[in-house]
Design a protein. Sequence first.
Length: 175
Amino acid sequence: MHDNPIASKRLAQLDQLDADLINRLQEDLPLLPRPFAAIAAELGCSEELVIERLQHLLAQGTLTRFGPLFQIERAGGLFVLAAMQVPQARFDAVAMLVNALPEVAHNYRREHALNMWFVIAVETPAQADSVCARIEALTDCTVFSFPKEREFFVGLRLPAQANKTSGVTDGPERI
């Protein structure tokens, strides 16, 4: 049911600044020498606090990734959508093995015979088969790979809300 087996075990506790920061970072990042200073000015806090909060959200697993999206093929690389049929009893353990690989961008659980889907990002097309073979060796599950044939852009935004009943406050003073 949940996409991320690790995150599904708990709900993030967000204060208003964390929620505002997550929502703001789903837009564009200002192309300035100090983009976090510009975001801090929008949010009414300091650049240092924005960076501290972002690092905290990543460290606690509320955010699993923060970074640019590239059309990797223009740089000679390749994205591959991959899937496996993982026994339910081993799903969480296999997900942790797959997610630990630096080439795996994200991982999703699906209600399907192929119940684990993930994206492999590699610097060269030749590396894709090697990563799939490594995953098979680590997990003892067959990897089915589906190289990208056509690209679509989906502007997905996942709005974050502060926890009102969690006892979490607005956190440190916004300076």
